[in-house]
Design a protein around this ligand. Structure first.
Ligand code: PLP
Length: 413
């Protein structure tokens, strides 16, 4: 039970649902609701609940309600924003080109790798520097006349780095609809000469917004140049198995789940009403600005954690001090350290600290982190990493407990 935990530092994997949130969801549901597609009072009640949630999500995305599609989570949203979009072009994938980064979440990376391997899809995997950043200039310079998709994460789930996706998207939005194509900016200067304005209008820009949504104010990372953006409820403290995709008007994908006409025929299957209510309630709080003050405080705690970790001899901190999420510090254990990554996580767990090695999706596979490798870490470092990601209610006491537990763990061998 979460109440008995000493410190929770795995918020980038899941922010646990509070008992209070469960009560709020139950209160919204009242005596229950029917199938939102049913033509009776209980069905209409479900529709109303979904509409309320849709309005909240649309507001958070500064979008129209018709642009919000409820899905089973960000993995599905990211698959739709990549595979679904690519399939919609209706051309052999070997003719199409995608630009993405080398540090994307597996829900972007794996489908693209699969299509590259099985159907010859052309993919450019952008490199990142040693701090984990790619550059907007690099994104632009890799666009080709046959580029139909650019997919980039707003913030990396392992390192917590905030990537310059808004910078790229603001530029894209400006030049693709400008009367005179291309301005005097540095970004326009690096675009290949053979790329036309039509290429930029046609290409779809998808953003994995999972780690920034609710942690950073929208104006710092959202852009009208993003044609689709994904988010997930369980990263906000909501139920898992539900998320949303923002898909701008005029943009289309080929649905993957076929069946009923739910979600305007863009995602078949009876909607996850409980999950959607949960997402809506949490997003309403985001819209009210409840999160920003909390994360300002968390940011100071992150700095304290970062400084504390810098005093440890056996680790390399992979998260830069600036330009990252307010809650994340990621480090690798150096070769020769008395503790390996998994031992360290176990020792932390025994001392009541919940942390993980990086992406929750890869834990247990003993695969080296592609993100640590991308920033130049060794295979050992990529297999021996710890991510500390604080939730919005974290305290100074939590940070001190984490540092003490790490100190003890390193001293124990
Ligand atoms: N994208 C990022 C950056 C994530 O951190 C995650 C979750 O770990 C996902 C996508 C997948 O989200 P979900 O668990 O809702 O499928």
């Amino acid at each position: 039970m979460i109440e008995t935990l000493h410190v929770y530092a795995d918020a980038n994997a899941t922010l646990p649902t509070s008992p209070q949130h469960v009560v709020e969801v139950a209160a919204k549901l009242g005596a229950g609701a029917g199938n939102p597609s049913s033509p009776h009072e209980m069905g209409r009640k479900a529709q109303v609940l979904m509409t309320e949630a849709r309005h909240a999500v649309a507001k958070a995305f500064q979008a129209d309600v018709s642009e919000i599609i409820f899905v089973s989570g960000a993995t599905e949203a990211n698959n739709l924003g990549t595979v679904g979009v690519l399939r919609h072009f209706g051309e052999p994938l070997k003719n199409l080109h995608v630009v993405t980064s080398s540090i994307e979440h597996p829900s972007i990376r794996d489908p693209l790798e699969f299509l590259q391997r099985t159907e010859g899809l052309q993919v450019t995997w952008l490199a990142v520097d040693k701090n984990g950043f790619f550059s907007a200039k690099d994104v632009v310079s890799h666009i080709r006349p046959n580029t139909v998709l650019v997919t980039l994460m707003a913030a990396n789930n392992e390192l917590g780095t905030c990537e310059p996706v808004k910078e790229f998207c603001d530029w894209l939005q400006k030049v693709r609809w400008a009367k005179t194509f291309l301005d005097e900016s540095v970004l326009s200067g690096v675009l290949e000469k053979s790329v036309t304005q039509h290429t930029l209008q046609k290409l779809h820009m998808h953003c994995d917004g999972v780690q920034t949504f609710g942690k950073l104010k929208p104006e710092t990372w959202l852009s009208l140049g993003m044609d689709s953006v994904s988010t997930s409820a369980h990263k906000l403290g909501g139920f898992s198995g539900v998320g949303a995709l923002l898909l701008r008007k005029g943009r289309k994908y080929q649905p993957v789940v076929l069946g009923g006409a739910q979600e305007r025929s863009r995602r078949a299957g009876t909607e996850n009403l409980l999950g959607i209510v949960s997402l809506g309630l949490l997003v309403e709080k985001v819209n009210q600005g409840v999160n920003w003050a909390a994360y300002e405080h968390v940011n100071r705690l992150r700095e304290r954690l970062h400084q504390g970790l810098a005093g440890f001899g056996h680790v390399r901190i992979n998260t830069p001090m600036v330009g990252c999420l307010p809650n994340t510090v990621h480090f690798s254990v150096l070769e020769g350290s008395p503790q390996k990554g998994d031992d360290l996580l176990m020792q932390l767990d025994m001392q009541g600290i919940c942390a993980s090695s990086g992406s929750a999706c890869s834990s247990g596979t003993n695969k080296p982190s592609h993100v640590v490798l991308a920033i130049g870490g060794s295979a050992f470092e990529a297999k021996n990493s710890v991510r500390l990601s604080l939730g919005p209610t974290a305290s100074e006491k939590d940070v001190d407990a984490i540092l003490n537990a790490l100190q003890k763990a390193f001293a124990s061998k």
